[in-house]
Design a protein around this ligand. Structure first.
Ligand SMILES: *Cc1c(COP(=O)(O)O)cnc(C)c1O
Length: 403
């Protein structure tokens, strides 16, 4: 008998950005001449670094000649990129990760979703709230959660609340959990943990024999000294953590597609090596990221590439500073935006609900942002502003806020 995976029906249509669009279109029908400034974008806007573009052009030329054609590459990625990662992302920072522990992919979204393949459906999950929706949804599809409850949460998940009361530092679970998702610097809150705070999670994972799935997609935005750029900076993390990285926000690869996942060889569950399992999973279900994107990614590790990437990130961080300063000036409570392109704002008392604040901004300021409640129950009463726009637009939007 034909039977579908009924867990699909549990997931509602992705509501957040559809609803944002719907409301914006309704407003534009009333006010067709409104000059809207979009501060909801989770995508880059600056062009790719010049050295990346040049490397990709050369890679295209390789594909144009029989002698240099690259067909299928290694499923785990080309050595030239894995060696550059080992050297520049890890060894240069005093971290001992070898290229055999690095798996190149087409981005962090697919890897953070696919990693569910490694664990049984009996694992107890802990996921921070608010957070990037992929972690919850991929586990729902795998049948690892129970039902959606009235409060919008799934049974079978331990939610780790992050809010102004705890300074967006999740509290260690009081019960045992097996798999913990951490996204740092966080999307959507833009907040991070210090090295000491993250160490407590690593210590918890080691004591409880749990695995941390660490999404470091925004690592390149970290500027404060006491904030780790990799979980492997912490003692014991190689025994309990998988790290996801992406070139999307780092170097503008959202359309090019390339990222990687680190699965240390020390990571054992019983007699099983997660590194060997992930290799088996990838060789079975994945045929590698494109040669051209991997050549592009490798170019960000050159001296020129590093400089260009740094300039782009500085540009976005400057915008984030403009957003932070403006909201602080008008007396809002502001989080994030220091090691992150996202600024997370507590909505003012007059608009305790995220969606009411959305309407206020749209109608009174012609500014579009993202309601925090779309990222989880704990996001209610907060709002996300993205620094990925142009500095001109960001300035103008903030001048409107100050008026
Ligand atoms: C943007 C983003 C990613 C990146 O996904 P890619 O598939 O590499 O483009 C991963 N995690 C988070 C939290 C993100 O915001």
């Amino acid at each position: 008998m034909k039977e579908i995976n009924t867990h699909f029906q549990k997931l509602q249509d992705s509501y957040l950005f559809a609803e944002v669009n719907h409301r914006v279109q309704a407003y534009l029908r009333e006010q067709p001449d409104a000059r809207l400034i979009r501060m909801g974008i989770g995508d880059v806007t600056l062009p790719l670094p010049k050295s990346v573009i040049e490397a990709m052009h050369r890679a295209v030329d390789d594909e144009a000649k029989a002698q240099t054609l690259r067909g299928y590459g290694p499923e785990q990625g080309y050595d030239f990129l894995r060696e550059a990662i080992e050297e520049h992302d890890y060894r240069a920072r005093g971290i001992d990760i070898s290229k055999d522990e690095v798996f190149i992919s087409d981005g962090a979204k697919s890897d953070t979703a696919n990693i569910v393949d490694l664990f049984s459906n009996d694992v107890r999950l802990a996921i921070t709230d608010p957070v990037y929706p992929v972690y919850v949804d991929s586990n729902v599809l795998a049948g690892r959660t129970g039902e959606l409850m009235d409060d919008g949460r799934w049974s079978g998940i331990s939610y780790l609340d992050c809010n102004r009361e705890n300074g967006f530092v999740p509290t260690l679970p009081s019960e045992h959990v097996d798999v913990i998702y951490l996204c740092l610097p966080n999307n959507p809150t833009g907040t991070t943990l210090t090295r000491d705070q993250l160490q407590q999670w690593v210590d918890y994972a080691q004591a409880e024999d749990a695995i941390i799935l660490y999404d470091g997609a925004y690592e390149a935005f970290v500027r404060e000294e006491d904030v780790p750029r990799s979980i492997y900076e912490l003692k014991g993390a190689k025994q309990c953590a998988i790290e996801f990285r992406s070139y999307s926000k780092t170097a503008g690869f959202t359309g090019v597609r390339c990222g990687y996942t680190v699965v240390p060889k020390d990571l054992q569950v019983g007699s099983a090596s997660l590194n060997a399992m992930w290799r088996r999973r990838q060789t079975t279900k994945f045929n590698g990221a494109s040669y051209i994107s991997q050549r592009g990614a490798a170019a960000i590790y050159t001296e020129e590439g590093k400089k260009e990437v740094r300039q782009n990130i500085d540009y976005y961080l400057h915008n984030a500073g403009v957003i932070r300063d403006a909201f602080l000036k008008v007396g809002y409570e502001v989080f994030g935006g220091i090691n992150s392109p996202y600024v997370w704002v507590k909505t003012p008392d007059a608009y305790p609900q995220s969606w009411d604040f959305f309407e206020y901004l749209l109608r009174e300021k012609q500014v579009i942002g993202t309601p925090g409640v779309g990222f989880g129950q704990q996001g209610e009463g907060y709002f996300r502003f993205s620094a990925f726009g142009s500095t001109e637009d960001t300035r103008e939007a903030m001048e409107r806020m100050l008026k």
